[in-house]
Design a protein around this ligand. Structure first.
Ligand code: 5GP
Ligand code: ZN
Length: 113
C-alpha cells in the first residue's frame, strides 16, 4: 500500500495546499476539527516521530518553521494556536507519514482527549 500523504505530495490525490517550500507542504485537513486545521508534512517520507534520526533534525526544524509561517498566514497568531503530532496507535496516528496538525480559530481545551 502506498502512502496517502506521499500521494498528496505527488499530486495524485487533490488537496487544498496553503503553503509549500523545498522541504515541506501544508494543506487543509479533509475532516477539520477546528475552524483552521492544516497539516504540515515533510516532503521526505518518514512514517513517524519514532523513526526520526539525527540526520532529520534540520528537516524537522524546517517543518516547524513552515508551521509557524502557515499559522501567521492564517491569522492565528493574535489568539494563539496548537501544533500536534500524533505518534503511534494510542495517540491516534492514522496516517503514517509525519504531519504536524495546526489547530486554531477557537479556544482549545487542555488536556486533549
Ligand atoms: P493523524 O490521525 O494521523 O494524526 O492525522 C491524520 C489526519 O489526516 C486526520 O486529521 C485526517 O482527517 C486527515 N486526512 C486523512 N485523509 C486525508 C486526505 O485524503 N486528505 C486530507 N487533506 N486530509 C486527510
Ligand atoms: Zn509518505
Amino acid at each position: 500500500m502506498g502512502c496517502l500523504f506521499c500521494s498528496v505530495l505527488e499530486k495524485k490525490i487533490p488537496a487544498d495546499v496553503v503553503y509549500e517550500d523545498e522541504h515541506a507542504v501544508a494543506f487543509r485537513d479533509i475532516r477539520p476539527v477546528a475552524p483552521t486545521h492544516v497539516l504540515v508534512v515533510p516532503r521526505k517520507h518518514i512514517a513517524a516521530i519514532h523513526d526520526l534520526t539525527e540526520a532529520d533534525a534540520p528537516l524537522m526544524g524546517r517543518v516547524m518553521l513552515a508551521a509557524r509561517t502557515v499559522a501567521h498566514k492564517e491569522g492565528l497568531e493574535p489568539t494563539g494556536y496548537r501544533l500536534v503530532i500524533n505518534d503511534g496507535d494510542a495517540a491516534g496516528q492514522t496516517v503514517h507519514h509525519i504531519h504536524v496538525h495546526i489547530l486554531g480559530g477557537r479556544n482549545l481545551t487542555w488536556p486533549p482527549g
